[in-house]
Design a protein around this ligand. Sequence first.
Ligand code: HEC
Ligand code: HEC
Ligand code: HEC
Ligand code: HEC
Length: 434
Amino acid sequence: MEKRNQLIKFIVSGLIVVAAVLLLAGLLGGDMMYHLANRGELGPLSREDISYLHVDAPAATSRDGAVSASDWAQAYPYIVATMGNNDRNTYVVDYLEQDPYLVNIYEGFGFAKDYGSARGHEYTLEDVAKTQRPHALANCLTCKTPNFTKLVNDQGVGVYTMDFNEVLDMMEENVSCYNCHGNDAGNAGQITITHSYVLTALGENASAIDPATLSCGQCHIEYYFTPTDKETMMPYSSVEGMTPEAILAYYDEMVLPDGTVGFYDWVQPGTGTRMLKAQHPEMETYLLGPHAALLNCADCHMAVEMAEDGTVYHSHMIESPLANATLLSTCAQCHGDTDMVAFVGRIQERVTARETEVGLKLSGLKDALTEAVSAGAMSEAELDAVRALHREAQWFFDFCYVENAEGAHNSALAFHCLDTSEAKIDEALALLGL
Ligand code: HEC
Ligand code: HEC
Ligand code: HEC
Ligand code: HEC
């Protein structure tokens, strides 16, 4: 009897725990959260307040059949107008001036010549046309314009190796509706993933990612150009494969057309190291971070606004949540009355200070290895062991440095990358006897 009572007690308390966990998960789940907030008079607007329209796609006026922003202006005047405001963010930081050690660690690669921070989506074509980094092939247009996306979809991956300038002349719009909606925006603003490599890489695993997040993740990701076709590609096939460790392994294991193993972006002249260059892994960093299960990119970067005529819509002006009072007000639902500008600022300060510390050390390793190579006292095998660590150290450093939120999306990952980088640097220095 005693035993049976204990068993019942055990089962009941188990059920209570399960119920509590479910309740908590439900409360933290994005939709529920918003629902509760919107019952209150002062709660910010949310997507629940939007009246989604079903309208026929207008005829495309572009040469290639991608329905452009101006074509949608009649159906969606506010969305088109706010997307046009993406020319407001013109502020650019010259990273090479801010952190001169970058010129040394990127030696032999385009980023040593020209590397500034991102600005608004309305500048993509202008900025890709004027960068000092060499771009012989059209594949550099992958993330700049819907017209290139349409060209790939119509003509296949052969267009990645077309001449850059020839294709640039055919491009009509900066990042626009077709990139994120195809021509389907009339279908209640349906998100359509148009960049074919996303589905090639992720396949069915793409459905594990919120569509709004994946729409940004067509461009705000780590990618490479395949060695044979120069096709844009993502170096993983699932969210689990998005860690810097897994991506490094993917590159390390790749068999190149010449039969050698290990993808590299360039060989650094002084050290002979086969280097990798990371590029803006915002989606990967974010998906491994604390908000991944709670929010999507639009929740923090596209404010839900009300026009004078009462239309509620997602502003398509993409902004820092710290620069937009409406977006900032949504943080309070979970962060209470925390001063978010100060909170984020403190994280970014700590991350950037650590970046400088590790970056300078990495630059020192590069100099020491260059010296060892030219001194000729070490064997090739010994040097290769140092080069392997150098490649890894730079990969982990870069994965953090080039992520544009500077720790705000996932500070634990940022510090993890920098700590890993430093450990590899120390190991490499030890092999050099330093
Ligand atoms: C078709 C590719 C593409 C897609 C899709 C895309 N971006 Fe971008 N984004 C870019 C490029 C390229 C830049 C840099 C533009 C420049 O500096 O000329 C950029 C810049 C930015 C910036 C920095 C500039 C600023 O105004 O603060 C933010 C933030 C941003 N994007 C967020 C997003 C979000 C959020 C999404 C999804 C809703 C998204 N992007 C979808 C290509 C894209
Ligand atoms: C919880 C809110 C939140 C979510 C969700 C979020 N971000 Fe951010 N993001 C931030 C904050 C905060 C910053 C730092 C802004 C600053 O420094 O002013 C930032 C910065 C950025 C920047 C750099 C902006 C610049 O001016 O250079 C980009 C690009 C970006 N986010 C893209 C994305 C993408 C893509 C996603 C989805 C994969 C995403 N963000 C999801 C909060 C968020
Ligand atoms: C960079 C990606 C991106 C671009 C470019 C873009 N959208 Fe969107 N759009 C989104 C996202 C993300 C949402 C919100 C999805 C959600 O509710 O989570 C959205 C929502 C919508 C909606 C649903 C109503 C609403 O306000 O949420 C419509 C309609 C829409 N977009 C039309 C357009 C049109 C028209 C254009 C071109 C002028 C455009 N979009 C350009 C990403 C984009
Ligand atoms: C749906 C709830 C929710 C909303 C809304 C939300 N956050 Fe968070 N945020 C969290 C949770 C949960 C954590 C993790 C807390 C922890 O680890 O202690 C977090 C952590 C953070 C962190 C620390 C990230 C890191 O890796 O160090 C930043 C920065 C942040 N949030 C910014 C924002 C901003 C800015 C907004 C509004 C634009 C926002 N959050 C909106 C739930 C939310």
